[in-house]
Design a protein around this ligand. Sequence first.
Ligand code: AMP
Length: 114
Amino acid sequence: MSDCLFCKIIAKKVPAKIIYDDEAITAFEDVNPQAPVHTLIVPKKHLSTTLDITEEDNELIGRLIRVANRVAMEKGIAERGFRLVMNTNPEAGQSVYHIHLHLLGGRPMHWPPG
Ligand code: AMP
């Protein structure tokens, strides 16, 4: 999608600190980190919100979580623990309308979330 920030990052038209890239998924560091580890795992397919995920995306969503696990292991936070978050729509705080998994870790996480 031409006016989508994350599509532009995926296409390398906007710079980002990309730490993982394959044919379906790109992962890059969040520009405004909320924890010592804050990586965004993003499907290359443009889906605006989680509500747009259909059965044909089942494999893609599984891959997204497996890439998050891999990044968590590489960053040394897998055993301590980490949080995966996908915000949907305004009340959840979604600000970029291209689905992305937040990988947060490196500090204790609180519950319930704010
Ligand atoms: P959300 O609010 O769940 O839609 O998450 C969007 C995330 O994208 C926020 O955590 C932002 O800090 C992050 N973000 C926005 N612009 C950029 C960018 N150019 N590069 C990396 N992360 C970004």
